[in-house]
Ligand binder design. Structure first.
Ligand SMILES: *Cc1c(COP(=O)(O)O)cnc(C)c1O
Length: 348
């Protein structure tokens, strides 16, 4: 079985942890593991003096937590709505009754940054919410330009880096980002189930709201300060996360992982050219390739790959549009094989 859907193929050493007996969470041993994970995470995202919260919950749980605890204190929010993940920020703001500007960006297009500057100048939001990479299309946004606009108008910047952490170069310090979020099933390449919030030192002492019991920031901070969580954590996932982070630390940080992701992406994009599949994103990320085939709404490729080869790729929002993740383990040979198999099921 091969998976080119999130999280992709996972290192067997990390998978093995999931079948072993695990320690009780209310121990100093578990606390030490989490405190070390926090330190490595902050190094990997370049967040000097920052803090983290690690939640048992998927990435959307972390998005919800940010809206409940932080966005709700900021008056008006401004959202980059370039696909289903951007739209989710908007949806969450609406759910909590927060005033929000829905800045729509056409599917797979980059932002018109000049126009964005004008809109932010007019709207004067308190907080800016975006994705680094809109995973539904493969479009990467320019964080340098976004950050410049936010700083020009004094707007707090929150970025969903769920699908770029460890896949694209990223520094919270450099871009002056207040909060970033990620989750375990993307760049970290372990099973889904945990999400990580990174807080810049700017937010030390910030009066967060208390609008959701389970995700309450202050409760989570006060527990995580000693490596603990207020409620039962998904212990095995915390252990897999720690083991994965130790691997990254031993590799000397994020660079090797990012260059591996880039390499797989380049190999697969060469194959897309060979088979005549267009990459729709104007500025594609390295994390995934979103490509257009001739498949029908019946998704013959998707079904064929599962039934004949036990292989998963991700269908997109329109017929024939598929996404292949490069954040899981994959060899060049496997990618050649994958492309040939996609071609095998593509209607002529
Ligand atoms: C995967 C992803 C999410 C979170 O989705 P969950 O299913 O809740 O983990 C959010 N934003 C982006 C950009 C993503 O790629």
């Amino acid at each position: 079985m091969h998976s080119y859907a999130f999280p992709g193929d996972i290192d067997p050493v990390l998978m093995e942890i999931g079948s072993q007996p695990f320690l009780y969470m209310r121990t100093q041993e578990f606390s030490d593991i989490n405190l070390e994970s926090e330190k490595i995470l902050l190094d990997l995202i370049h967040c000097t003096g920052g803090r983290t919260i690690i939640y048992t919950g998927s990435g959307t749980g972390a998005m919800s937590a940010v809206v409940e605890n932080y966005v709700s204190t900021k008056g008006k929010a401004f959202v980059i709505d370039g696909g289903s993940f951007g739209h989710r920020w908007w949806d969450l703001c609406r759910y909590y009754g927060i005033e929000v500007v829905d800045y729509k960006v056409p599917f797979a297009h980059d932002i018109d940054y000049g126009d964005l500057d004008k809109r932010v100048a007019i709207e004067r939001p308190g907080v800016f919410l975006c994705q680094h990479h809109e995973t539904s299309s493969g479009q990467l946004f320019n964080l340098r330009k976004i950050s410049d606009i936010c700083h020009k108008y004094g707007v707090s910047l929150v970025v969903d880096v769920i699908s770029t952490f460890l896949a694209e170069p990223l520094s919270m310090d450099e871009y002056g980002i207040d909060i970033c979020i990620t989750s375990t099933q993307k760049g970290l390449n372990i099973p889904p189930g945990l999400s990580v919030l990174f807080f810049s030192a700017n937010l030390d002492g910030y009066p967060f709201a208390h609008k959701g019991y389970y995700w309450d920031f202050e409760d989570n901070f006060s527990n995580f300060r000693r490596g603990q969580t207020p409620f039962s954590p998904a212990t095995i996932l915390f252990l897999q996360l720690h083991a994965r982070l130790k691997q990254l630390q031993a590799e000397g940080g994020e660079s090797k992982n990012i260059s591996d992701v880039c390499h797989r992406c380049e190999v697969f994009r060469g194959l897309c050219r060979k088979y005549g599949w267009d990459i729709l994103a104007e500025t594609p990320s390295h994390a995934i390739t979103g490509f257009q085939t001739n498949d029908t709404a019946e998704r013959l490729i998707f079904r064929g790959l599962i039934d004949k080869y036990e292989t998963f790729i991700m269908p997109g929002s329109k017929p024939g549009f598929y996404r292949v993740s490069h954040m899981g383990l994959q060899t060049d040979k496997e990618l050649y094989e994958l492309a040939a198999r996609i071609h095998e099921f593509e209607p002529r």
